[in-house]
Unconditional design. Sequence first.
Length: 231
Amino acid sequence: MPTGRRALRLAPSLLSADFGALGAAVAEAEAGGADAFHLDVMDGHFVPNLSFGPALVAAVRARTRLPLDVHLMIDEPLQYLEAFHRAGGSTLVFHLESRSPPDAVIRAAHDLGAEVGAAIKPETPFSAAEPYVERVDQVLVMSVHPGFSGQKFLPEVLPKVAAARARLDALGTGGDLSIDGGVTAETAPAAAAAGATFFVCGNSVFAGGPVGDNLRRLRAAVQEGARGAVR
Ligand code: DX5
Ligand code: ZN
């Protein structure tokens, strides 16, 4: 893992794109300056919604060279790591509230050659993630209750982002600190100021207006927030 803080990156969440024209959405976002894509996998158990599986990840993989951030909102991530890795997932993000033992998930993902991320829901304290921070490539703090795009950002998670930032900086691991849910040009600056480096954006990219313009506005917002941060 590289040391030092990672660059600020924008990851459009394809859950908010038009599934009937997904290839075009991927191309438009890549041309518009996306740094990665975020793919939300839901099993109807861990969250009250269903989305898609490895076949869709593979279809996206065939259309872009950008990293694919696969967010596993499923009860048993350990069982599916290999399938999502084979499908082309770059970072496999599992939830610490899932049923799979975190140590086993981290080891299995790294054995496959994938990056691994540990995610926490809004109500889960940072202390649940703290023991794993040193061994993962990404910590993902959810800023909405997982399950649906288009929800309102929960500012009460910002102290957790700051706590994760402090720990990552102290360790010097250079892992990503991801914020996911309700990230817009209005909410992104505070997340960037708290230390997030990886911004998952669904509706703010795909739910209206030209995708390239939306990404430019989001990038300006995260840069402004990061500049304003007191370090
Ligand atoms: C929610 C997902 C998010 C969501 C983001 O369960 O994990 O990635 O799709 O969409 P917005 O940015 O619209 O909240
Ligand atoms: Zn997500």
